[in-house]
Design a protein around this ligand. Structure first.
Ligand code: ATR
Length: 274
């Protein structure tokens, strides 16, 4: 019988994870089934226990359950503990192992796929919610020159910077406090585009050769990337690569095999732009 995996979320119908993991399984010869499972907003633990009872070996977790998955795990990887959120679960008897592959996925996309090393770079991270928290430690591990966290609510940015102050001194504040500064990499980890809002990116924010990276993706260029291009970003990338890379990292956690991502990413890109 094939091993069973799934992604939990709400909503979940449009998740690309089943297609991605099925492609990985085919390419690596791993015998597994991966499905999308809708969990009720107040029914995540029950959905997980039902899945485990049905023989589930592991699961990805997406909005809005990543913090709840963190609390449900009986054992955490160091990176999940640091992120305060879990996007990958592995089940073994009574143990629920919680990991977080989002940060590794972002880093792999930026440094490998986009060929943009972060050593010595000035980074601006927009947003201070869960998406932002999950990528701070992996970004700092690349030894950038600096990391500035800017958020609509400045106090949340400051609190987040303090939570990681043991790793490196971080700058934090409201968007206005980035005035007069420029950055080699600006990452959008806010959910502003979901409400159709645009971010107050200040002129001069991009250093020459600067990369704008949106963790969101969609058909065509995202609102953040359109704005970034207007403000002089030399390069723009959306989060489709991060999506595929975090999946590859989760696949590795479960199966001990690292799938290649190039063909899957190209295929998804073609479907998105079709
Ligand atoms: P996630 O887990 O996706 O990060 P979250 O924890 O709700 O979701 O955080 C959303 C982030 O997007 C926050 O940084 C939020 O800013 P506030 O802390 O000030 O609320 C940011 N965000 C959401 N809508 C925004 C908007 N219209 N303009 C600017 N920032 C926005």
């Amino acid at each position: 019988m094939s091993d069973l995996y799934c992604v939990f979320g709400n909503p979940i119908a449009h998740s690309r994870s089943p297609a991605i993991h099925s492609a990985f399984a085919k390419a690596t010869g791993q015998d597994l089934i991966y499905e999308a499972r809708l969990a009720a907003v107040d029914g995540f633990p029950l959905a997980v226990s039902e899945f485990v009872a049905a023989g589930g070996k592991g699961a990805n977790v997406t909005v809005p359950f990543k913090e709840e998955a963190f609390r449900l795990a009986t054992r955490l990887s160091e990176r999940a503990a640091r992120a305060g959120a879990v996007n990958t679960l592995a089940f073994d008897g009574a143990e629920i192992f919680g990991d977080n592959t989002d940060g590794a996925g972002l880093l792999r996309d930026i440094t490998n796929n986009l060929g943009f090393p972060l050593l010595g770079k000035r980074i601006l991270l927009l947003g201070a919610g869960g998406a932002s928290r999950g990528v701070i430690a992996p970004l700092l591990a690349e030894k950038p020159a600096s990391l500035f966290i800017a958020n609509r609510s400045a106090d949340k940015a400051t609190a987040l910077a303090q939570a990681f102050a043991d790793m490196a001194p971080l700058d934090a504040g409201g968007f206005a406090e980035t005035a007069g500064k420029s950055f080699d990499l600006v990452i959008n980890a806010t959910s502003a585009s979901l409400s159709g809002d645009s971010l107050p990116l200040l002129p001069g924010i991009f250093a020459p050769g600067g990369l704008a990276y949106d963790m969101m993706y969609g058909k065509g260029e995202t609102p953040f990337l359109l704005l970034a291009r207007e403000q002089g970003a030399a390069r723009c990338a959306d989060g489709l690569g991060m999506l595929v890379e975090q999946a590859a990292e989760a696949f590795f956690v479960w199966r001990g095999v690292r799938p290649s991502t190039g063909v899957v990413l190209a295929d998804l890109r073609a479907k998105l732009t079709a």
